[in-house]
Design a protein around this ligand. Structure first.
Ligand code: GDP
Ligand code: MG
Length: 440
């Protein structure tokens, strides 16, 4: 990720009061590489780097952030800005039904997204959508939409594959009016490549059905190709928004940035899986972090700053040095960590966390933390300071008092001992570092 890439430069500018032009140049080289790696269009990268450089040079370094963090912050803010605000609204026709055309290449996810969108409209906005099967070319395309409809208990309008898509769209809209559907979602055919035929047909449907939205569905995994596809569809047909699918895969999502900069059309939603509820509004800041490959580093930094009281941190550090760290301090620290939010949420924000496979399954056990707190609270003042005095009968009493087991008490005492040992080693290291003028 970008944070790792910048490490070298960050070391160099540590302790400087201002970020110089040379520093920025060096960092921008890394930013450029990170963006190209994420499959952002090179023209977009060039413009972007220029803009960020102008902003970063000569900036005073904020006390609360390292220069590296500060540059990352500028980069992330500018990326977010480039992708526009959150724009997941959907048009509403003055006279219902609102007509939405779903277009895109074969396999991009049109049919799936049609179902997801209908599901969202009904669940979140209490709407009554009608799905329209207008892909008469792909074998089993009609069946696929009907299956989606059945799964969601939503009606699907179809006239088989012998009636033209234009006629299907026309009749579907009439039916929607009669039966008071407020949304009509037309699932159109795709091709493997853009061709005149396809565009001709889409244009006809557009002219006849006068859609309120034309959503281009693109596969995020296709990277630069997605940008070309978006450009061609917009030139030929005019699109009103983009749905970026398959973001649950490995892609860095650079296509999002390029599509937005090249077409100037908003990305409205992102597809995060094959299931019918896997459609989310587009969040520019999240996408910016993803493109940079750095998790939600910034929110993590901000959260940490907001919650960890500096005075307290200093006091703790001192205690660690002098080895006077007690169970009371431990309890305090737990409290501070907890204030930052649920632990598994925090873990997910860590850089690289999105690449750690089983993380979604990992659940930091909040219950276990409450047990630890209860155990410590059941100790006497003296026991908290001198845990070595906690013998077998005291352990039994503490377990009883905290409603836990002797095993749990034993485990915590052992962990505390280990932790103190570790601190001893760490404070030794810190001492050495200090002499050489290194900062941790
Ligand atoms: P269409 O040809 O454009 O109608 O594409 P489909 O809706 O048939 O989707 C093609 C394939 O992509 C199907 O296997 C879908 O399940 C899958 N798909 C669609 N959207 C997503 C997504 O957001 N994530 C993942 N992982 N798969 C998706
Ligand atoms: Mg389809």
């Amino acid at each position: 990720g970008l944070a790792d890439r910048l490490q070298g430069t960050i070391q160099k500018i540590r302790g400087k009061g201002k970020i110089s032009e040379a520093d920025v140049k060096e960092m921008m080289r890394e930013v450029r590489l990170a963006l190209l790696e994420a499959d952002v269009n090179f023209k977009v990268v060039k413009q972007f780097v220029k803009k960020v450089s102008e902003r970063a040079v000569g900036q005073e370094v904020m006390k609360s952030l390292t220069p590296g963090q500060q540059v990352i912050k500028v980069v992330q803010e500018e990326l977010t800005e480039l992708m526009g605000g959150e724009q997941s609204q959907i048009a509403v026709a003055k006279r219902p039904p609102t007509v939405i055309m779903m277009v895109g290449l074969q396999g991009a996810g049109k049919t799936t997204t049609t179902g997801k969108l209908a599901n969202l409209l009904r669940k979140k906005h209490n709407r009554k959508p009608l799905l329209v099967a207008a892909d008469i070319y792909r074998p089993a395309a009609i069946k696929q939409l009907e299956t989606v409809g059945k799964q969601l208990s939503l009606p699907v309008f179809s006239l088989g594959d012998q009636v033209s898509p234009v006629e299907i769209a026309k009749q579907a809209i009439e039916k929607a009016k009669e039966e008071h559907h407020d949304y009509v979602l037309i699932d159109t055919a795709g091709r493997l490549h853009i061709d005149e035929d396809l565009m001709g047909e889409l244009k006809e449907i557009k002219e006849l059905s006068n859609p309120d939205e034309i959503f281009l569905v693109v596969d995020a995994m296709t990277g630069q190709d997605a940008v070309n596809v978006a450009q061609s569809f917009d030139d030929a047909l005019g699109i009103s928004g983009v749905v970026l699918t398959k973001l649950d895969g490995d892609t860095r999502g650079g296509a999002a940035l390029s599509i937005r900069s090249v077409t100037q059309k908003p990305i409205k939603f992102v597809g995060m899986g094959e299931k019918m509820d896997a459609l989310e509004p587009f969040h520019p800041e999240r996408m910016a972090s993803r493109i940079l490959g750095m998790g939600d580093v910034l929110s993590l930094i901000e959260k940490a700053q907001a919650n960890v009281d500096e005075e307290k941190a200093k006091e703790l550090e001192q205690k660690m040095r002098t080895m006077s760290f007690t169970f009371d301090d431990f309890l305090d620290q737990l409290g501070q960590v907890r204030q930052m939010g649920p632990l598994d949420e925090l873990l997910k924000m860590m850089p690289g966390a999105n690449k750690m496979k089983g993380l979604d399954k990992l659940q930091v056990d909040e219950k276990q933390i409450s047990h630890v707190e209860a155990i410590i609270q059941s100790m006497t003042k003296n026991e908290k300071i001198h845990p070595e005095t906690i013998n077998a009968s005291r352990r039994k009493r503490i377990a009883k008092g905290s409603g836990t087991s002797i095993q749990e008490v034993n485990r915590l005492l052992k962990q505390f001992e280990d932790m103190k040992k570790m601190m001893k080693q760490m404070s030794g290291m810190q001492g050495k570092g200090k002499k050489k003028g290194m900062k941790f």
